[in-house]
Design a binder for this molecule. Sequence first.
Ligand code: ADP
Ligand code: MG
Length: 245
Amino acid sequence: MAVDPLIELRDVNKYYGELHVLQDIDLTVGKGEVVVVIGPSGSGKSTLCRTINRLETVQSGEIRLDGQPLPQEGKALARLRTEVGMVFQSFNLFAHKTVLQNVSLAQIKVRGRKKDEADKRSRELLERVGLATHAGKYPAQLSGGQQQRVAIARALAMDPKALLFDEPTSALDPEMINEVLEVMRQLANEGMTMVVVTHEMGFARSAANRVVFMADGRIVEDRAPEDFFTHPESERARDFLSKIL
Ligand code: ADP
Ligand code: MG
């Protein structure tokens, strides 16, 4: 089935000094696709996410979002960047703002929405992530799982075309992981385009359209989850899976 591409990386190379951190990366994420990225620590997964959002520059190659080349800088970049939301391992909420303010702030400052309109949208999204009754609380009054769900609501508030998740459950206590994965599954079912770096193989098996396995800055495998987990082709992937499964 041919899907309309939303995120396209062509022959992308990035260096940190001598370190060739992304090597000849070719990756297409179609509209509505969920791509799980896995691989050993240091393989370039976070760099890949930041590159897609142009939080990092690259030395060569092309990155397109919905057919448009990502601008290098300026207002056009700022606008495009808001079209891809990002959710990090460390929730990055504003500690001195309420949950509602956390979700509304960028809508007002970046999207130019009126406060009432932003707050209305925030309440809808908080309802969607199961936190409607927590709008007036501060982040420190919430569990890690709840804070991460606020971070997801905040990302959704910008009406992004795609969401990038960089190990969204890695900082959570085990009993809170599922409530976050559940919200992510629901988004996937609703057709959100998602790139998810995670060690949660259950999520990869059940929610991903494709698994991308990275090692040493390269994409080593890019396959359907069932194929990947049952018949990993590369030695690197077999070795990785034997350590985590
Ligand atoms: P992963 O997310 O897969 O663990 P990263 O993308 O964080 O990997 O890092 C890939 C490699 O790039 C690692 O060797 C890491 O040490 C290095 N690296 C990451 N960020 C920087 C940076 N800002 N400056 C220099 N090296 C970096
Ligand atoms: Mg990382």
